[in-house]
Design a protein around this ligand. Structure first.
Ligand code: GSH
Length: 214
């Protein structure tokens, strides 16, 4: 049995939970972080000295943290090709896109766009900085759009771990009030993700309680 610590409106927790949902793994999730707190207790810090979510524990094994490491663990232990190929070269190709998505898309979007647009009140926002961040993200989304105009999924024609690392950012990207360039292939891809029950359950989660007040 898997145990996951982390609130359902954390983007990193969402990536892990979406993967758990896609793989149909029995689990229990405990809310932690933000309004639920609990990240600075000795018990939690013993699991993750960083005091961040998500944390995953598989049975009595050593707790795991870092979303990318958790996803790779779940994929290696509980999935098969094509989601996470056994062949080293094929797996590295999926991993390449997963890493690319985490570093260039998820991290840029979350810290430089989602946070200031949603979690800061208008008076504290820097519109020029947000516009610059959107321009940075745009470059990567254009790479994805070109790729998705030739393939159904990010790493190729099959749904893989790379789609989890990439796709979980798209709900918020399409939902928040920012300017978005026309990207037909990316939009088609996003609509296909929305048709997946595990995406709707674990990623399309309200982030209202994260909004700045005032
Ligand atoms: N590099 C870590 C980052 C973890 C992280 O920063 N998590 C955020 C939530 S997305 C967190 O713990 N925030 C504190 C809180 O929710 O109170 C990972 O990828 O898992």
């Amino acid at each position: 049995m898997l145990t996951i610590w982390g609130r359902s409106n954390s983007s990193n927790v969402q990536a892990v939970m979406w993967c758990v949902g896609e793989l149909g793994l029995p689990h229990v999730r405990h809310d932690a972080g933000h309004r639920y707190g609990g990240l600075d207790t000795p018990g939690f810090l013993a699991m993750n000295p960083n005091g961040t979510i998500p944390v995953l524990r598989d049975g009595d094994d050593e707790p795991l943290w870092e979303t990318g490491a958790i996803l790779r663990y779940l994929a290696s232990r509980y999935s098969a090709a094509p989601f996470w190929p056994a062949d080293v070269a094929a797996r590295a190709h999926v991993d390449k896109w997963a890493e690319w998505a985490k570093i260039n898309v998820a991290m840029n979007f979350t810290s430089a766009i989602f946070w200031p647009v949603v979690r800061k009140s208008p008076k504290d926002r820097d519109p020029a900085a947000i516009a610059r961040a959107i321009a940075v993200l745009d470059r990567f989304l254009s790479i994805a759009d070109a790729r998705l105009s030739r393939h159904a999924c990010l790493a190729g024609d099959d749904f893989t771990l790379a789609d989890i690392q990439f796709g979980h950012t798209l709900f918020r990207y399409y939902d928040i009030a920012i300017s978005r360039a026309e990207r037909p292939a990316l939009r088609r891809y996003y609509d296909a993700l929305v048709a997946r029950p595990a995406f709707r359950e674990h990623v399309m989660v309200s982030y209202d309680e994260l909004r700045a007040v005032g």
